[in-house]
Write a protein that binds this ligand. Structure first.
Ligand code: C5P
Length: 407
């Protein structure tokens, strides 16, 4: 077995040290990006703001200057020496341009390569990725002119984070709300991730299952779903189409991932079998309950009642079933929670379940396994095994994808 010795647990933001050039345009949603600047600078991301004239009518440049700790750029013809060539130099010093909120007007100008103010000229002169977050009235968004501009922008290689739907500032309801920060953050992170899972459909299971005894009680386990969710998030960042089938967990569904919520092992099996038909990679990180109560009691079992014994019935082993009916070209990965003999246990499971890789979790240490942010796993496949160091679950997930790509 080979071991990769890590020295410290990396829990740093994937955006740490990057520089974001934030272009704010004239929408009422401009106030929301003040919070985004705070979120970015808290992760040691440099933020420089440029504003259109209309944006200044909504939020003072002072707000953005104070939050970013940097000069705010507004005027194309500013004569201050440091701002003289801002339309060229600003993007040279940045890793990404984020335009948020992006009005219909700004999108129209960018879609047609106009350069009639500082923001549009900077974008035209830039050689770095541009991410656009539209925000506007729903009729403006659905107007064919705006729709064509959005298509044009995507054709020009700009990344568009789709606007959310809901109550709009104008009192109407529909699509047009500034997208939520979580999705914008994921889009930014994905720009700095290898896009090596593009074109792959990946099915991931996560969390525990709950096996009901009566209307109030169930059998379950300590799985938090954090490892499976980290796998889903990182696969989406690397360009995969991801379906996550999750048992009950206290985690938000990851952005840009199709998440299906299930409760019992039988429900999980049904969804997995359906979704596995066209999957390229299946990773079963869920801690599926091995048993369920044989008889579900429709009425609550009373403290003084007679039903003190719980008869159990074995649940189907979903992974073993997938292993038995293998489809050529589909990579199958299982997890194992072990307290000792990691490699030996992993190798047994690899054979018994007929899979390509087993990820063995160490469950005894307080920094690994259930409900913690870090993990230490051993990867066991046909050609050998690799012990990864203690890493954050997100970093562990990325190392698992790196390994799967070598299989
Ligand atoms: O057999 P064991 O529970 O140790 O194997 C763990 C692996 O098998 C995990 O990948 C888990 O998701 C999967 N599993 C399953 N169905 C079960 C039990 C476990 O798919 N009923």
């Amino acid at each position: 077995m080979s071991a990769d010795k890590g020295h410290s647990v990396s829990t740093t933001s994937p955006l740490r040290g990057k520089n974001v050039l934030l272009g704010v345009t004239g929408s009422i949603a401009a106030f929301k990006v003040a919070g985004w600047i705070h979120a970015l600078t808290a992760q040691s991301v440099g933020v420089t703001v440029m504003m259109t004239g209309a944006a200044e009518r909504f939020v003072s440049s002072l707000t953005f200057g104070a939050l970013s700790g940097n000069t705010v750029y507004r005027d194309m013809f500013d004569e201050e020496p440091e701002k003289l060539m801002a339309h060229i130099t600003l993007s040279r010093e940045a890793d990404v341009i984020l335009i948020a909120p992006a009005t219909a007007h700004t999108m129209a100008r960018l879609a047609h390569g106009m350069a009639d103010d500082l923001l549009s000229t900077v974008v035209l002169a830039a050689k770095i990725p541009v991410v656009i977050c539209p925000a506007m009235n729903t009729n403006m968004l659905s107007h064919p002119a705006t729709r064509q501009n959005l298509e044009r922008l995507q054709g020009l290689g700009y990344q568009v984070v789709p606007p959310d739907s809901g109550n709009l500032a104008c009192g109407e309801e529909g699509a047009g709300r500034l997208p939520e920060w979580e999705g914008v953050y994921e889009k930014l992170v994905s720009l700095f991730c290898p896009q090596d899972l593009v074109g792959k459909k990946i099915l991931i299971t996560a969390g525990p299952t709950r096996e009901p005894l009566d209307p109030v009680r169930f059998l379950s386990n300590r799985s938090s779903g954090k490892m499976g969710h980290a796998l889903a998030r990182t696969a989406a960042r690397r360009g995969a189409e991801v379906v996550l089938i999750s048992g009950p967990v206290a985690l938000a569904a990851p952005c840009f991932v199709t998440t299906l919520q299930v409760t019992t092992a039988l429900e999980m099996r049904e969804h997995v079998l359906q979704q596995s038909r066209d999957a390229d990679i299946i990773v079963k990180a869920a801690a599926v309950a091995d048993f369920r109560p044989k008889n579900y009691q429709k009425q609550k079992i009373k403290k003084n009642g007679e039903n003190r014994q719980i008869a159990l019935k074995e649940n189907p082993d979903i992974l073993a079933e997938l292993g038995k009916n293998r489809r050529a070209g589909c990579v199958l990965v299982g997890f194992a929670a072990e307290s000792r003999n990691h490699e030996k246990e992993g190798r047994n499971k690899l054979k018994r379940k007929n899979v390509d890789l087993i990820v063995v979790n160490d469950i005894l240490s307080p920094t690994t396994g259930f409900d913690v942010e870090t993990n230490q796993v051993t990867l066991v496949d046909k050609s050998g095994s690799l012990q990864l160091p203690l890493l954050s679950k997100v970093d562990t997930a990325n190392r698992i994808w790196d390994h799967i790509l070598t299989l």
